[in-house]
Design a protein around this ligand. Structure first.
Ligand SMILES: [Zn+2]
Length: 272
């Protein structure tokens, strides 16, 4: 049985059996799993759009906040190219989507949100974005950053929106080297923001995903978070729950867990 990052208690990995994990990985049955670790006190989640965190990580966020972690969301764009209703003026979309993301965050125990206000659909991993993310990292001072993948997933191309790739690239650059190098973007230090080292990065929608979080118990919170994005009509066909259960069950199968269990998956990168 591979180890898991579960919802029961502050230590997320439950009973790792390293001999059988090594054998399973050797046989190609299971991806590798992360080493044992506790939930950190401060976690920063960087996403390109409102709702990205809820598709990729809201079940995990709920387990972390239940374990006592303080989680901050940093949403780079306002998602102002999103939505389906042509009767809603485009200038109103940003405010609507910020309110929806705030409600979704509350469903998983998060009340600290930062919106950077970049335009949706035109995001680049620019030096300005790297500086802004380095500023947020130095302000929040998280042990863990969660971000989108800068690598495209060819088998799930809709998870690899160009804004996601750009936000992921800028986030990784902000973790290393920008936030930790006191001489990078010297205006940050001049404004009183000391350099900060992030210990690990968890990448969402990554082709290298090999770390699984047990979200079986927090699934209702993830579902509630996604349903808060009313303007995105996330449940317009009434099959959102069914779709989510399918994705999360297939993740749990990749982890080698028994039927009936649900998992979110990440690529975990040591950066500390
Ligand atoms: Zn998105």
């Amino acid at each position: 049985m591979p180890a898991r990052l579960g919802p029961s208690g502050p230590s997320r990995l439950v009973s790792p059996d390293w001999a059988s994990i090594a054998a399973a990985v050797w046989c190609g049955r299971f991806p590798a799993v992360a080493p044992h670790e506790d939930v950190p006190g401060q976690i920063l989640i960087i996403t390109a759009h409102p709702d990205d965190v809820d598709f990729g990580a809201a079940g995990s966020v709920a387990t972390w906040t239940e374990a006592g972690a303080h989680v901050t969301y940093c949403v780079v764009t306002d998602g102002d190219a999103g939505g389906f209703d042509p009767a809603v003026a485009r200038r109103e979309i940003a405010g609507i989507r910020r309110a929806e993301q705030t409600a979704a965050a509350a469903a998983v125990g998060v009340s600290d949100l930062i919106f950077l206000g970049y335009p949706d659909g035109r995001l680049e991993a620019s030096l300005d974005l790297r500086r802004d993310l380095a500023r947020v990292i130095r302000q929040v001072r998280p042990e863990r950053v969660v971000c989108p993948s800068p690598e495209r997933m060819w088998d799930r191309v809709f998870a690899s929106h160009p804004d996601h790739l750009a936000a992921g690239e800028a986030a990784i650059c902000a973790v290393y080297p920008d936030a930790r190098n006191p001489f990078a973007f010297p205006e940050l230090l001049q404004s009183g923001l000391e350099a900060h080292v992030v210990k690990d990065v968890w990448v969402m929608a990554s082709p290298r995903a090999a770390t699984y979080v047990d979200v079986t118990m927090t699934f209702p919170k993830k579902l509630a978070a996604l349903r808060a994005h009313v303007s995105q009509e996330t449940d317009r066909d009434g099959k959102l729950e069914e779709r989510l259960l399918g994705w999360l069950t297939s993740n749990a199968r990749l982890a080698g867990w028994p039927e009936g269990q649900l998992a979110e998956s990440f690529f975990r990168l040591e950066t500390g």
